[in-house]
Design a protein around this ligand. Structure first.
Ligand SMILES: [Zn+2]
Length: 480
């Protein structure tokens, strides 16, 4: 099976390279991924999948389906880029892409993410067709992972209902099962309206919206002492009221991003921040309007499926990088400071990872694999992902595959410049193989599905899943 999956993917390799490069070139940001989605949809149509678009009221979200009986396996794909990350592909220095006026860039490798999941869905489809095995394959085109929680809106619309398994991956600097939890989050804007006046001549006539924002932040910062220590919240000014200090600012707006291990904790902090906002409005005689933007749930890895994917990953091993890859990787690695070189996307948290690293000192490309370490499924990564919501609805498994230079961080020019390289492509193909073989193993031994579902049910029996986005909130309603 392993060999055959590999061959099925290799046969169509050029098509996948082309797809990933195209999405890198188009580089569209959250909720604007129209052309990127179309690139993927065209390939899926060509491969015999049925397409349903406009999922959850998002015109760049889609589901591609193949087959109508047997277990239902879902592959998750992302394809959004980041703003202000223009970078010339393949350059070993920070350098704006001279070929386009588009200033977006793929700083999180989602051109690879969406394409590898696509390749895995197609290979699984090809495999079950050849062996005449009943199964249903779905590819989920998930927009706006970066700050938009596209999957949570899709989950609210029921897109993931009825799946037996969800599979995803993320480009990275290492090869490992994504076995850690993530934080739930809520993002909301607080908009204050006051009364403008001449700040020197008639300050008594003004009511400052900017003061209200500042008082809200003071209150919010005092609140930190009284929330769960694992919680994080951060704010930014979407509108500081204007450029003239001589004016009492009658409008100002803050954006808060709240994170906590559980959705209920994030909601509690959000509710308390709403009270603080009301307090700030009361103190300043201004009015406040709260705009709920988006939210996502904490990710819960499925241990049963993670064990299977762990075995598959050990079987395939790491991507095989060549001399040219090593030279490019070294040049990129040399751009990091000594401090940056200490950064690890997958920290060696236990002796298991420490041993692997000790056996592979100083490598700029991870040609080694961390074995699946069940201990880490109780660890929470201080970040968030909208795969979280999928994981509460269907048992979900993810891995990280080395497509990037060791010690480089997500959302940096080093990731953008590497997006079309041989390193990225070898990692992408490896990720596709791992995901497809994991799916086939589960399809061929469906008792895993019962076990995986029982594992998730034990969690949701205690804490039922509640979609964290209120019904009335529309995707991308807060445009900024
Ligand atoms: Zn990402």
């Amino acid at each position: 099976m392993y060999k055959q999956i590999e061959e099925l993917i290799n046969q169509k390799k050029e098509k996948y390279f082309n797809t990933s490069d195209k999405i890198w070139d188009i580089a569209e940001t959250k909720f604007h991924e129209k052309e990127s989605a179309d690139v993927l949809i065209n390939v899926l149509k060509e491969e015999g999948f049925d397409i349903e678009t406009n999922i959850g009221d998002i015109d760049t979200a889609f589901v591609a389906s193949f087959g109508n009986e047997g277990p239902v396996i879902g592959f998750l794909g992302e394809y959004d880029a980041l703003p202000s990350m223009s970078q010339k592909a393949g350059s070993t220095q920070k350098e704006v892409n001279p070929d386009t006026e588009n200033t977006n860039g793929h700083g999180c490798g989602h051109n690879l993410l969406g394409t590898a999941s696509l390749a895995a869905a197609i290979a699984t489809k090809d495999y079950i067709t050849e062996h005449n095995i009943p199964a249903q394959i779905k590819y989920f085109g998930c927009p706006a992972e970066e700050g938009g929680s596209g999957k949570t809106f899709m989950a609210r619309a029921g897109a993931f209902d009825g799946l037996d398994m969800a599979i995803c991956w993320h480009p990275g600097t290492d090869n490992a099962i994504w076995g850690v939890k993530t934080l739930a989050n809520i993002q909301a804007a607080f908009e204050f309206k006051g009364k403008s006046a001449h700040a020197a001549n008639a300050p008594d006539m003004g009511r400052s919206a900017l003061d209200a924002c500042e008082l809200m932040n003071v209150g919010g910062n005092y609140l930190r002492e009284h929330v769960t220590p694992e919680a994080r919240y951060h704010y930014a000014y979407l509108d500081a009221g204007g450029l003239a200090p001589s004016v009492v600012q009658d409008h100002a707006k803050l954006l808060y991003l709240i994170r906590a291990p559980k959705g209920s904790q994030a909601k509690e902090i959000y509710d308390r921040l709403c009270k603080i906002a009301e307090g700030a409005a009361l103190m300043t005689e201004t009015e406040v309007t709260v705009h709920f933007d988006k939210a996502c749930s904490n990710y819960i890895p499925n241990v049963i499926y993670s064990r299977i994917m762990g075995d598959v990953m050990m079987n395939y091993g790491a991507p095989e990088f060549d001399e040219e890859d090593q030279v490019f990787a070294k040049a990129i690695h040399d751009t990091l400071t000594e401090e940056e070189k200490q950064f690890r996307m997958v920290p060696p948290a236990t002796p298991v990872e420490q041993k692997v690293l000790a056996e592979n000192p100083g490598k700029v490309l991870a040609d080694y694999v961390y074995p699946f370490n069940e201990v880490l499924t109780n660890v929470t990564l201080p970040g968030s992902s909208d795969v979280g919501d999928v994981s509460w609805i269907v048992p979900t498994v993810q891995c990280i595959v080395a497509t990037e230079v060791q010690n480089t961080a997500m959302h940096t020019w080093q990731w953008v410049t590497n997006g079309k390289s041989g390193i990225a492509k070898k990692g992408m193909i490896q990720a596709a193989k791992i995901m497809a073989a994991t799916a086939v193993k589960v399809i061929e031994e469906p008792e895993y599905i019962d076990q995986a579902k029982a594992e998730l049910k034990a969690i949701t029996d205690i804490t039922p899943y509640v979609n964290p986005i209120p019904k009335e909130v529309k995707p991308n309603s807060l445009k900024f």
